[in-house]
Design a protein around this ligand. Sequence first.
Ligand code: NAD
Length: 414
Amino acid sequence: MIVAVPQESFPGETRVALIPASVSALKKAGMEVIVQSCAGLEAGFSDQQYTEKGAKIAQNRAEVFAADVVLQVRAAGANPQAGQADLDHLRKDQILIGMCDPLGTPQSATQIADSGATLFALELLPRITRAQSMDVLSSMATVAGYRAVLSAAAALPKMFPMLMTAAGTVTPAKVLIMGVGVAGLQAIATARRLGAVVSANDIRPAVKEQVESLGAKFVQLQLDTAAAEDKGGYAKEMGEEFLTKQREMIARVVAESDVVITTAAIPGKKAPTLLTAEMVAGMSRGSVIVDLAAERGGNCELTTPGETVVENGVKILGPTNLPADVPYHASQMYAKNISTFLLHLVEDGQLKLDLEDEITRDTLITRNGSVVNPRVCELLGIEPPSSADQPQADAGQEAAGDDDAYRIAEGEDD
Ligand code: NAD
């Protein structure tokens, strides 16, 4: 079985799907690994480092896309424009794995389906213990939370720590984190390490203890949040009345903060508006907002994705790809996640899709020329194919016919 890694083509993307250190695990499982020349350079990994671990270097994209399995950081909807150039390379029985923005850009899934290729979206991994080592959302949110604090510190005309010097005392920066999922927790930890006084707020009540364990203050609002968390641990979409009350209650804390980092998100929905233009007007000149939800509509009314807006002296940063600013470690974490996922699909050197398994089932987007993921189908307004059309779960080694499409034997293409 040949596994290949193309160079990322999304503008500004510096990460790579596999790093040299991850090649050995795939080879040990019986896979041959091909990496497009220079794919890892921007993340700090040379072609030579890959070849030293046993990978082969491909000089062009067609060679890479001839592989049985293609591993990418951004595939399909996560690279909607530049990714079009790869569509001609795709073919039936080929497996694509990467981040695909399946819920934000579901129409891209139909293009992949038309090619006949099988697509897995790593964003749809279930948040279960078994899938933790594959969880790209957590890995990338960790990097983004860390990097957001560094961006804020660099943009702020103040220092973060308290300093007592012969030239007088410098008071510590006040940082407010709104939305304390994985990114928010890492932002709290990073801001604390830099010496800021940190407070945080989230609508999920369980977060309070986590915030306090990191040495930050939880901003408790008198709101009914008992039903704010779903079974999967995600926040539920709250109504406009709730959000209006939330904004009124937290406005004073926002006004007193030097830095506000917002990370609030609802899976598959537009990000909630936590900061209005009026709230921004209430902040001191020089204050900084970093809106990590910029790509999902933004938590601040004034955010422009990918840009820094200055309003009344307040800088509003709308970064859309912070992990690409830390490509070495972001790639290291991503490579561990994606290779663990791939190994999960492989048994005895063969790719074997067990659709009874929720990790495989939840991430599968296209197969046999159709979009099969129920969540993506719903967004597209189409019916998923009936279960009779699905391949047999846990197809045996001797399975024949259509199931063979899902059992790519080692060396089959040799
Ligand atoms: P996310 O990116 O979906 O959202 C970020 C945060 O925004 C969440 O904490 C959410 O509660 C918050 N939020 C939403 N609306 C808000 C509002 N109006 N005001 C303030 N905050 C608001 O979250 P995430 O980082 O993906 O994490 C979601 C949950 O999943 C967390 O409980 C996390 O611990 C859990 N998780 C579990 C696993 C696992 O078990 N394997 C892995 C990762 C994350």
